[in-house]
Design a protein around this ligand. Structure first.
Ligand SMILES: Cc1cc2nc3c(=O)[nH]c(=O)nc-3n(C[C@H](O)[C@H](O)[C@H](O)COP(=O)(O)OP(=O)(O)OC[C@H]3O[C@@H](n4cnc5c(N)ncnc54)[C@H](O)[C@@H]3O)c2cc1C
Length: 478
């Protein structure tokens, strides 16, 4: 009998009969794509150009029924299983070699309920899709800062963006969800009498460990159509002074202000003097989540820091703001490796270290990003969502972004060295959505801290065979 070689959960190769595969394809409304199909390369490509995985099968799901069939097929054959939302996970966890990909990217339905201030969105929706629909009603769901990113992986791991300090993390705004668990069952995670409250707690930060979310229900907030966007550029020689000023600014800024200070190399924008193009710079990006005139006043002090070489601040449409950084993160063309640390503060020693490391970075596209935290996101108690501790005042993202394969080693080493050097300034936690290649064994245990035991026991309840393991994996409790 003809068969196909696929990868099992334990990493071994197994043969699955073609009759079984054909029967599985017949259960799907979407297509089952394999290596012989013309669109296979397109279907297996993810955002990070560094990732080149060759799945055995890709189930392009069109709805919950397809997801249930795919999960049951994977479980019956004990197949290695990857789940794809927007395909933007930096480690490439949305795809796998030899196994089955449950691909939700065709699932893009969105429904805004303006009266209730809620939005329902399927698992393949991207941030830009969500903003497009919700802004038609003057609403926004707190999401990330690049519109191409998938809402699924981002929300399930937390979700930071321009609205974080005002309205909380993306996962804090998750009201309920449709989830297909590892046994192929549909479960409603939520707070209603028939809903599963434990599952809602677990997916607010616990990632894709507990099932495939086919649909999310979010709380949305009045925003826009314009917001005030601060964009101030400082010369590399003044980067340390600028970061000290930004630190002082954010300590007294109102909660509506979200600030991300970036150490980078000057982008070739005409508003930035040419002598700074490709040279170290510090850029302060800040947004006021509210009335643009109020935002202008709230960000005035940030624009007065030091002697900027460019100030592009002004009111901007919220949907344009959300797309503003897209150009810096092209899909497929660049290679990316990102890690993070939650910081217990931003002392002068750390600022000096980061300024110096930015000057020595092997790619001019590499960045350090200091996200100011606090506000609404910090008011959720550690035990109230899987996400865990919210006390850190800053999140540091260490991003290597480069073009050529021959520069892989230097860029990976740069991120790892900085990540190690910054450890004494950190709270010990890392952001699971900037995970490197998931190579740090302590990432999950230390990041979830006091919530780890509850998460491990819920993992045992919902996924005892650890079918959903290609993520920031929480092993089932023994
Ligand atoms: C350009 C760029 C910008 C970013 N900006 C931000 C930002 O501003 N703020 C921020 O917080 N993060 C940001 N991130 C990180 C982002 O949160 C993660 O990369 C996240 O994984 C993206 O979600 P995705 O659905 O695209 O991921 P995918 O690669 O599709 O999936 C990642 C993982 O999420 C899980 N998953 C995905 N979909 C589902 C589902 N429907 N059900 C269950 N599990 C699922 C799976 O475990 C999967 O392995 C950014 C990433 C990129 C690449």
């Amino acid at each position: 009998m003809a068969s196909t070689r696929l990868r099992a959960l334990d990493g071994a190769d197994i043969e699955v009969s073609d009759t079984d595969i054909e029967a599985f394809a017949g259960q799907l409304r979407g297509r089952l794509v394999g290596p012989a199909d013309l669109d296979y390369d397109e279907a297996r490509a993810v955002w990070n150009g560094l990732i080149d995985k060759r799945p055995g099968l890709i189930a392009r799901c069109t709805g919950t029924a397809d997801v249930m069939a795919a999960v049951r097929f994977a479980r019956a054959h004990e197949l290695l299983l990857a789940v794809r939302g927007g395909g933007h996970n930096v480690a490439g966890a949305a795809v796998c070699d030899g196994g089955l990909v449950v691909d939700l990217s065709p699932m893009k339905a969105i429904r805004v309920n303006p009266g209730a201030g809620t939005v329902r969105a399927q698992g393949g929706v991207r941030i830009g899709d969500l903003d497009h629909e919700s802004q038609a009603f003057g609403l926004a769901v707190p999401m990330g800062v690049v519109s191409e990113t998938g809402i699924a992986g981002l929300t399930l791991g937390g979700g930071y963006g321009w609205l974080t300090r005002k309205y909380g993390l993306s996962c804090d705004n998750l009201l309920s969800a449709d989830v297909v668990t590892a046994d192929g069952r549909w479960v409603r995670a939520g707070t209603g009498p028939d809903d599963d409250l434990d599952l809602l707690w677990a997916i607010r930060g616990g990632g894709g460990n507990f099932g495939v979310v086919t649909s999310f229900d979010f709380r949305a907030h009045p925003i826009g159509p314009e917001v005030y966007f601060g964009f101030v550029v400082h010369a590399g020689s003044a980067a340390g002074e600028a970061l000290r000023g930004i630190r002082a600014f954010i300590e007294q800024a109102p909660e509506g202000v979200m600030s991300v200070a970036v150490l980078w190399h000057g982008p070739p924008l005409e508003q930035i003097p040419a002598e700074h193009h490709g040279k170290p710079v510090a850029i302060h990006l800040a947004v006021y989540a509210g009335d643009p005139a109020e935002g202008e006043r709230a960000l005035r002090a940030a624009r007065d820091i030091g002697n900027p070489i460019a100030d592009l601040s002004g009111p901007m449409r919220y949907v344009d703001l959300q797309r503003f950084l897209d150009v810096d993160y092209p899909a497929h063309d660049l290679r990316y490796y990102w890690k993070s640390r939650y910081l217990s503060g931003l002392p002068d020693d750390l600022i000096d270290l980061l300024v110096q490391r930015n000057e020595a970075s092997p790619s001019p596209l590499n960045t350090f990003e200091m996200w100011s935290l606090g506000g609404a996101a910090a008011r959720v108690a550690t035990q109230d969502s899987a996400f865990g501790d919210r006390s850190a005042p800053y999140l540091l993202g260490v991003e290597a972004n480069w073009e050529r394969p021959e520069d892989d080693t230097a860029n990976l080493a740069w991120v790892r060295e900085v990540h190690a050097d910054v450890e004494p300034f950190s709270t010990g936690r890392e952001y699971v959505n900037f995970p490197g290649f998931y190579e740090d064994e302590n990432l999950v245990r230390e990041t979830f801290g006091p919530n780890f035991r509850r998460l491990a026991s819920l993992k045992k309840r919902y996924d005892p065979m650890n079918l959903f393991r290609l993520n920031h994996n929480i092993p089932p409790a023994p």
